[in-house]
Design a protein around this ligand. Structure first.
Ligand code: F3S
Length: 401
């Protein structure tokens, strides 16, 4: 891989061991994947924040960087942590866990990373320009930034995104190159689109399993109703069930609108029976002990939907309800009065974390209701949970019964 003189100096350790380690990681990745050079990045999004996912080894690695006074060089946001950083005591997060989580956050703070702790950084100010290069790590955010915004990132791991944030560059291969962004499969969705997050989660699960880590191109019958929240849900489920980092939607996503090269592409029709089969998979008589909305983290619209449910039904929740979101969305929700409505009914607006990266199994939750195709895919493996799947209305209704 070609390095500039400046890059070479970093690589050779002239600016210290920590920067050398970061540069070595990026160059090794570039060599493995055949990159010819490094490219400047507009922003980074770093995963590996929850103590549940990185453990003691991850914490030591971060302490090393922070203690060596290493700072990021481009705007960088953080993925969700393992707990609500403001209300972890009230929400009964285990004490030992909380202590370790705070140590992790302190390391990132020292590196000057924005302690945003959200998987929807594109809703909170980390919004790259179309066509720009970025190094993002969280799979649903990667899918959104590549597909809906049209910036370019590979699916970075926590360490490579952090190294890129520090160096300000990433190896130029994979999704950074135009020729690797063309569709591999066309999905004709032969069913009326439903006005619900859970519908797009199911579609993402069905098609993600077929396409795996390739690039789907969707043709919908009536795409006027597609909100960005639905694209967020679709991309998250595609990323979780198949490893998709980029998808296109005809007449909707920017590269599809510009006219993308589509030739020799496998065509697959998705029908009603495919949806029925996928919904059947979740049929259960189990009752939830936790209802979770917000995977990926809720937009303000999704929070409003919960508050409107409460106003309409005029009932209290009988079990725990978490509405997971960013600190930014909560601030607006507080101001709009949605938080008060939700919390007066017994729900909680939980920030900085989510049902998958929080240690919910240690907190005694076993049956988790979700409207998210991504959460439904990860909850059994990551949290040993049984999944109850439904629309936002259906799962909130269960919480009032
Ligand atoms: Fe975000 Fe957690 Fe889902 S990180 S995408 S809410 S699994």
């Amino acid at each position: 891989m070609h390095l500039t003189r400046e890059e070479e100096k970093i690589y050779n350790g002239e600016f210290g061991e920590s920067l050398e380690t970061c540069m070595n990681l990026l160059v090794s990745l570039g060599d493995i994947y055949g990159a010819e050079k490094l490219v400047d990045i507009y922003s980074a999004q770093v995963s590996g924040v929850s103590y549940k996912t990185i453990g003691e080894k991850g914490l030591e690695f971060l302490k090393d960087l922070a203690d060596n006074n290493i700072k990021i060089s481009v705007p960088t946001t953080l993925n969700p942590a393992g707990m609500d950083l403001n209300r972890y005591k009230e929400l009964n997060f285990p004490k030992d866990f909380a202590k370790k989580q705070i140590e992790i956050i302190d390391c990132f703070k020292k590196m000057e990373i924005e302690i945003s702790c959200t998987c929807t950084p594109y809703l909170t100010g980390n919004v790259p320009i179309f066509g720009s290069h970025v190094a993002w790590a969280e799979s649903s955010a990667v899918s959104y930034v590549n597909s809906v915004i049209g910036a370019r990132t590979n699916r970075e791991g926590g360490p490579s995104a952090l190294a890129a944030a520090i160096i300000g560059k990433t190896p130029c291969y994979g999704y950074h190159l135009t020729e690797n962004r063309v569709p591999t499969h066309i999905f004709e969705v032969d069913i009326e689109l439903e006005d619900s997050i859970s519908f797009y989660g199911i579609l993402g699960r069905i098609t993600g399993k077929i396409v795996k880590n390739k690039i789907p191109y969707f043709k919908f019958k009536n795409c006027d109703s597609i909100k960005t929240d639905y694209l967020k849900a679709l991309g998250a489920a595609l990323a979780a069930s198949g490893g998709v980092a980029l998808y296109h939607v005809e007449n909707i996503t920017p590269e599809a609108k510009l006219g993308i090269l589509i030739e020799d592409v496998e065509k697959i029709t998705i029908e009603k029976k495919d949806f029925e089969k996928e919904y059947d998979y979740f049929k259960t008589s189990e009752k939830p002990d936790l209802v979770c909305i917000g995977c990926p983290h809720c937009s303000l619209d999704e929070i409003k939907e919960v508050s409107e449910f409460i106003k309409k039904e005029n009932k209290k929740f009988k079990i725990d309800v978490w509405v997971c979101t960013s600190i930014h969305m909560k601030a607006i929700s507080d101001r709009m009065g949605y938080t008060k409505i939700i919390e007066d009914a017994g729900g909680k607006l939980v920030i900085d974390t989510c049902m998958v990266v929080a240690p919910i199994e240690d907190m005694g939750y076993k049956n988790v209701a979700t409207n998210s195709g991504k959460a439904a895919t990860y909850l059994p493996g990551f949290c040993n949970s049984n999944v109850i799947y439904g629309t936002t209305y259906e799962i909130l209704k269960k919480a009032t019964e």
